[in-house]
Design a protein around this ligand. Structure first.
Ligand SMILES: Cc1cc2nc3c(=O)[nH]c(=O)nc-3n(C[C@H](O)[C@H](O)[C@H](O)COP(=O)(O)OP(=O)(O)OC[C@H]3O[C@@H](n4cnc5c(N)ncnc54)[C@H](O)[C@@H]3O)c2cc1C
Length: 299
């Protein structure tokens, strides 16, 4: 990365909101539920299933957590009414985990109860390592009551193979990710190759215990190993899918679709788009160049 990109990265939080909004529109459906539904419909017309995510995390207090779940319920009802192939994905700290585990569990229960009769699935997302134990406990409690619930596991963490081994027997739906939170070398792999190797190994462990896996990645090289695993374990098309983030590596989605794999797109929306977009931009120097062009007219 050259000095202009490094400078923009440092200045990103101060970039004018209009410029940020224009670039962010690639990653975010918009601020409203209507904008998310429009994006999901557009993706559906292109053959992609969806995941709906309301932007936000780290809410505190019961009232805020209840309000978040009410918004998710409204989104779920709208998705079901529109007959979209789409489910909801929710962060534990958006459900109040920072306040208490019991509060977050209750909010997830409410959401699962709402989504079950609508035929909608609920994904419990995974955040930084301080939340992993509580998130797994919440997931196991939900899994004992509902069938429309799944978890996310991060290959970056050393603990993940043990976590997989400890999950109770029974049907299991896992979104496998590398992990977006940069954890310390005492608890996590910190370089790309070991994270990739762990991803493939965890996926193999999950297939061996009969899980259905959502491969959430844009890593085309690694995807070849994942497809080899699918073949080795003779898994049906319905046993796995690729999941991608809105606006990230779109040509790859088409290549996967053309090869016959299902692709599901993560569609975030909501007024809290700024921190999410900044995270996306920090990840990709190409986009930083785009910000430069839009803001200062520089190539
Ligand atoms: C549907 C979905 C849900 C997720 N849910 C979670 C979760 O609950 N918890 C969690 O910790 N992580 C989650 N993640 C993020 C995940 O952990 C990784 O951080 C992210 O997917 C990047 O890893 P990668 O496998 O795509 O490989 P990388 O090697 O990081 O990326 C491969 C290529 O894609 C590009 N790329 C990847 N991500 C981005 C991006 N965000 N913006 C721009 N370019 C990008 C890279 O520049 C690179 O060229 C999710 C990811 C997806 C796709």
């Amino acid at each position: 990365m050259g000095w202009p990109e490094k400078t923009v990265l440092a200045l990103l939080p101060h970039v004018p909101k209009f410029a940020l909004r224009r670039v962010a529109s690639r990653y975010i459906a918009g601020e409203t539920l209507e904008s998310a539904l429009a994006k999901l419909n557009e993706l559906s017309a292109r053959g992609h299933a969806g995941i709906i995510d309301i932007l936000g995390e780290d809410v505190t207090g019961e009232a805020q957590a209840r309000a978040v779940v009410a918004e998710y319920q409204q989104a779920a009802t709208a998705v079901a009414r529109a007959k979209l192939d789409c489910y909801v994905s929710v962060k534990p700290t958006h459900c109040g985990l920072r306040t208490s585990e019991a509060l977050a569990l209750e909010r997830y229960r409410e959401l699962c109860r709402h989504c079950a009769p609508l035929g909608l699935f609920v994904r419990v997302e995974m955040e930084d390592y301080t939340t992993t134990d509580a998130t797994l406990r919440i997931f196991e409690a939900l899994r004992a009551e509902f069938t429309n619930v799944g978890i996310v596991l991060q290959s970056r963490l050393f603990r993940t193979p043990d976590d997989i081994a400890k999950l109770k027997p029974g049907p299991l739906q896992v979104r496998m990710v590398k992990g977006i939170y940069l954890e310390s070398a005492t608890i996590a792999h910190t370089t790309p190759d070991p994270i990739r190797a762990a991803y493939v190994a965890c996926s193999e462990q999950l297939f061996a215990r009969g899980a259905r896996i959502s491969f959430a990645t844009h890593d085309e090289g690694m995807s070849r190993d994942l497809v080899a695993l699918v073949t080795k374990h003779r898994r049906a098309k319905s046993d796995y899918e690729f999941q991608v983030l809105l606006g990230v590596q779109e040509p790859l989605w088409s290549r996967w679709r053309e090869a016959g794999h299902r692709v599901r797109v993560y569609v975030p929306f909501g007024p809290e788009w700024q921190p999410y977009s900044l995270r996306r931009m920090r990840k990709n120097p190409e986009i930083v160049r785009h910000v430069l062009r839009q803001t200062f007219g520089l190539a």
